[in-house]
Write a protein that binds this ligand. Structure first.
Ligand code: NAI
Length: 275
């Protein structure tokens, strides 16, 4: 319809599409990681896996470090530029071995983690120590090994904490303690290296991953659906988070768009901690 074409032209100036394309390119560039190198621990599953995929989509070369080498290799094979490494983050030797093959690192995502159900009376010393070894010592060992490369690149760290580090969660004594420690390490590092690197932490609510499925299988095998409904209900949005939703926040935090973000602990929890 000629009349309609005239009207459209009147509303949109001649250079509208060109300007629009420039804005889109600028916005995209803010989230691009072309030429960057990233390492994601616990990258074979769940939140780590979706983060690996998104960082790779944004243009980064991604190293996947996980206990589960087979799963990491399957994922790496799906991506344009990724490598899989068998690495137990609790082993100083394994972490040193991983870093012996890296010459550059712009982004570190500390995602490897495990959970435990139990109040203080139900928590054995062995389980308490196991949780601290993986969640806290693992984050310490990998971050310390990564530091020289991150300093050289003026890089960025994204730690995966938890709502459990922000508020008390019933019968998660050891888990809450480890996640509180990760939040504290995030703030401390941002204080020691305020201009050299950026360190931020994501505190997810309950997210639909193997981590939660394993918890339901282990502790609630006869009432899985009832407990799943309870988990959804404790988040005001009434649903579990999706791992890719956490990955998007991780991409933001390590991208140029977040250049003024440092030492922040960011809940992403369907409103849990706001209630
Ligand atoms: P997941 O169980 O799907 O993935 C965890 C990955 O870490 C697995 O691939 C596992 O092999 C790896 N891993 C475990 N121990 C390791 C070790 N010692 N060395 C290297 N890799 C190891 O779990 P999900 O849900 O993706 O959790 C990832 C992180 O997010 C964890 O730190 C968890 O505490 C945290 N988180 C998860 C939430 C959830 O509801 N799923 C909520 C809040 C935080």
């Amino acid at each position: 319809m000629p009349g309609k074409a005239v009207a459209v032209q009147a509303v949109f100036p001649a250079d509208f599409w060109q300007v629009g394309t420039q804005i889109a390119a600028f916005m995209l560039e803010r989230f691009q990681l072309d030429g960057k190198v990233a390492l994601v621990t616990g990258g074979a599953s769940g939140i780590g896996r979706e983060t690996v995929k998104l960082l790779a989509e944004a243009g980064a070369r991604v190293h996947i470090a996980d206990l589960d080498l087979a799963q990491a290799q399957v994922l790496a094979a799906e991506l344009k530029d990724a490598a899989a490494h068998a690495c137990d983050v609790t082993s100083e030797a394994a972490v040193a071995n991983l870093f012996s093959s890296l010459t550059r690192l712009d982004v570190l995502v500390n995602c490897a983690g495990i959970g435990l159900v139990g109040n203080i009376a139900e928590t054995s010393l062995a389980d308490f120590q196991r949780l601290f070894r993986v969640n806290v010592e693992g984050t310490f060992l990998v971050t310390r090994a990564a530091l020289p490369l991150l300093l050289a690149a003026r890089g960025s760290i994204v730690n995966i904490g938890s709502v459990a580090g922000l508020v008390g969660v019933k019968r998660r004594f050891a888990y809450c303690a480890t996640k509180g420690a990760i939040h504290a390490m995030t703030r401390q590092l941002a204080t020691d290296y305020p201009t050299e690197i950026r360190v931020n932490c994501i505190a997810p609510g309950t997210v639909d991953t193997a981590f939660v499925e394993g918890y339901l299988d282990k502790y609630h095998s006869h009432e899985k659906e009832k407990v799943r409904a309870e988990l959804k209900q404790r988040q005001p949005m009434g649903r579990l988070g999706k791992p890719e939703e956490i990955a998007h926040l991780a991409l933001y935090l390590c991208s140029p768009a977040a250049d003024f973000m440092n030492g922040a602990i960011l809940p992403i929890d369907g409103g849990w901690t706001a209630a």
